[in-house]
Design a protein around this ligand. Structure first.
Ligand code: GLC
Length: 723
């Protein structure tokens, strides 16, 4: 009886949701039948900088959108890029998504999505313009800090819970930038050429996961072209793959100003055009909205019959479907503004995302009660990082700087601070040098280092143009603003220098051997200083892992191993010549040792993978490998480790990377504790994209499962046989 009851409830549950869907679709049909052609067209393009029109006559609301992936951006004026100057739109600044990826913790990703979604809902936003999942191809890309690293599997697993968390609030996530927007140089027009195989194996997976597993309700096209067509209205990318193969039922919006043609926008699946200017720039003029590609020009083609009305009906259907999921869903929650719980979540993500790269003789953790003299040197110890960087910038309630966090935590220490270097003001699209005297800043820093027992150098990159910032790329892998020289001077007068990098990209480290410790502290948002202090004192045992490889030198990175056509392109075209060998796939297959490897990160304790086992070694394509891994915390403090499983196809009809991440799990272990964890690897995830058949191909034969704690720290290998 009990099971009958459960089954009937389940059936009722399924049928209720199916009924709901059918009910909504029927409602949508009804609405579409009442709309005029003009009303339909108006829904397909902006009415202001960040909103698109509803239909007042029928009580259909407008759609309001807001950046960004790390927090809800301050309100922007109706028809300009200027801020509206509200006093009630300060937000929680969450850590950058590169930091979230570094946690290798999908549960934190869900918490992140729920919290940021609550704030978007509270601000009455129907679409939050994030997450960004573009693959980290080159360390120079100005927007890598907004994305989730170099591995498609990691980005796929880590973006899905964020999307679900946002959408649990009745706010649509908008996964971006679809697709092949892997640099900022010439982003508005560069025509990317890449093999079908690399497109499907490297650049599409995170978007596919967002659609198929995250059920994402909207997606943002990119600025660039792919094979000669703009990605925001691209036949193959949108009609064939996104809406065809993947069955995406949501809304495709442009990036701001990424639409360029009415017929293509109409026929190639663009649903809402945003940010177009009529003067050719992405700055609109008064009444520009009627001149948008999907405005009057589109209306004319519909009226003339050149374009069938079913084309605009499909766009409106998708837009109304998004409304029923958001601003026309009477049951959705009410959201919350920035609050203590959100700051705590931001701090937790920051704590878990910080990566300990080097720790000589347990330099860290430092005793928080120490009375030593600690010199905190570097501009990033005090520089705000939530402003600048482009569209992801935020007006946050507070941003605890590294210096503030360290000073508050080391209450008995004698903290001395020296700026050491200065980078100049954060101005969009321009580099303005600092007017401070660099020499005197350097001398003051060296004097401080002479007096100190230990030096905490807090440097890295920042959100200025041609640093970690939209619409520009870095020009070098090295630290900017003469930090390398400064570090050499500091290390010549003090032997206890630790380097804390606040940045969103890999950097060269010519000083690496002389640094006593190195901490990769991403852009951590509102709770930056507290999270850094938490880790430096051991209040939190670091467990972050690098989501991208750190090359020793730029040419060691696949994108920079060829000519300028590979990066940044010739100004018109660009060819991704490293093809599928992105990141550790390049380093490991070409046997080029990275400075620090993908998946690498130290802890204040030690771990040992005792064994790894599978129940059987022969599999069919539709099966799942269930692997048990026994792991111990062999050190003296509680901690967490990330068990990673890479797959190596021992014999393949095509070139394949020597390893590809196909499973990972973060496991918390008390000091001395041993746990056995289970990882699941669907065998069909071992397939490669076969251009010969334009589909995935899983070849029979032996596959090696490489189990470890970093891409270059493989501890156990299991061979399975695919029948
Ligand atoms: C920007 C960015 C995009 C952002 C949009 C609105 O150019 O590329 O990520 O969401 O325009 O600010």
């Amino acid at each position: 009886m009990k099971y009958l009851l459960i089954l009937s409830v389940l059936f009722l549950g399924v049928s209720v949701s199916a009924q709901n869907t059918n009910k909504v679709e029927t409602q949508i049909d009804k609405i579409i039948s009442q709309l005029t052609l003009e009303e339909k067209v108006k829904m397909c393009h902006a009415q202001s900088k960040f909103s698109s029109a509803g239909v007042e006559r029928l009580g259909i609301p407008e759609i309001w959108m807001s950046d960004g992936p790390h927090g809800v951006r301050a309100e922007i004026e109706w028809d300009s890029w200027s801020y509206a100057g509200w006093t009630n739109d300060s937000c929680t600044a969450f850590p950058a998504l590169t930091c979230l990826a570094s946690t290798f913790n999908p549960e934190l990703s869900y918490k992140y999505g729920v919290a940021i979604g609550e704030e978007a809902r509270y601000r009455k936003k129907d679409i939050l313009l994030g997450p960004g999942v573009n693959i980290y191809r080159t360390p120079l890309n100005g927007r890598n800090f907004e994305y989730m690293g170099e591995d498609p599997y990691l980005a796929s697993v880590m973006c899905v819970p964020y999307i679900k968390g946002v959408q649990a609030n009745g706010v649509a996530a908008c996964v971006k930038h679809y697709v092949l927007n892997n640099q900022e140089v010439w982003r508005n027009h560069i025509n990317v050429k890449v093999s079908d195989r690399a497109l499907h194996e490297i650049y599409l997976p995170a978007f596919k996961a967002a659609v198929e597993h995250g059920n994402v309700w909207s997606i943002m096209g990119a600025y660039n072209k792919y094979n000669g067509q703009y990605t925001s209205h691209h036949k193959v990318l949108i009609n064939d793959i996104l809406k065809g193969d993947w069955g995406f039922d949501g809304v495709v919006v442009t990036d701001w100003g990424s639409a360029h043609d009415t017929r293509e926008a109409a026929l190639n699946g663009l649903d809402i055009e945003m940010g177009t200017g009529t003067d050719g720039l992405t700055s609109s003029k008064d009444n520009a909205y009627d001149y948008y590609y999907l405005a009057n020009p589109f209306l004319d083609l519909l009226k003339s019959g050149e374009i069938d009305e079913s084309v605009v009906d499909d766009k409106v259907r998708r837009i109304l479907r998004l409304m029923y999921r958001t601003n026309m869903d009477q049951t959705r929650p009410f959201g919350r503004k920035a609050n203590r719980q959100h700051f705590d979540i931001a701090r937790e993500i920051a704590q878990e995302g910080i990566v300990l790269l080097k720790n000589n003789k347990s330099f860290f953790p430092l005793n928080p009660e120490t009375t030593q003299t600690i010199a905190v040197i570097g501009e990033n110890a005090t520089r705000m990082m939530t402003i600048g960087g482009g569209s992801s910038e935020l007006k946050t309630v507070h941003e605890i700087s590294p210096l503030e966090g360290i000073t508050k935590r080391f209450t008995n220490a004698n903290i001395i601070h020296a700026m050491g270097y200065s980078s100049g003001p954060s101005v969009y699209n321009r580099v303005i040098a600092s007017d401070l005297d660099q020499d005197s800043l350097k001398q003051a820093a060296v004097e401080a280092a002479k007096k100190a027992d230990i030096v905490l150098f807090v440097g890295g990159l920042n959100k200025n143009h041609e640093q970690d910032c939209e619409n520009g790329d870095r020009k070098s892998l090295n630290l900017p603003f003469a930090q390398d020289e400064l570090l050499n001077e500091l290390m010549s007068v003090n032997k206890n220098v630790a380097v804390i990098l606040v940045s969103g990209n890999a950097v060269a480290m010519p000083w690496q051997t002389k640094a006593k410790a190195i901490v990769q502290a991403w852009y951590l948002g509102s709770e930056t200083g507290h999270a850094i202090a938490d880790v430096l004192t051991g209040d939190v045992n670091p467990s972050g892992k690098l989501p991208m490889s750190f090359p020793v030198k730029l040419e060691d990175n696949g994108a920079h191993a060829f000519d300028e056509l590979s990066y940044p392109g010739d100004g018109v075209d660009q060819v991704y010549k490293e093809d599928i060998l992105v990141g550790y796939r390049w380093h490991d297959t070409k046997k080029i040792k990275p400075l620090y490897a993908f998946g690498y990160g130290l802890s204040y304790t030690t771990f040992k993978i005792n064994s790894a086992s599978v129940l059987k070694t022969k599999f069919n394509a539709d099966e799942v490998v269930k692997m048990n891994v026994s792991i111990s915390n062999t050190g003296t403090v509680d901690g967490a480790e990330v068990v990673q499983v890479y797959v190596n196809d021992t014999k393949s009809s095509v070139m394949r990377p020597v390893k590809e991440l196909k499973a990972f799990k973060k496991v918390k272990l008390m000091a001395g504790e041993t746990k056995t964890i289970e990882l699941e690897l669907p065998v069909n995830s071992f397939a490669f994209y076969d251009e010969r058949i334009k589909s995935w191909n899983l070849e029979k034969g032996a596959y090696k499962l490489l189990i470890g704690t970093a891409s270059n720290q493989i501890k156990k290998t299991i061979t399975i046989d695919l029948q």
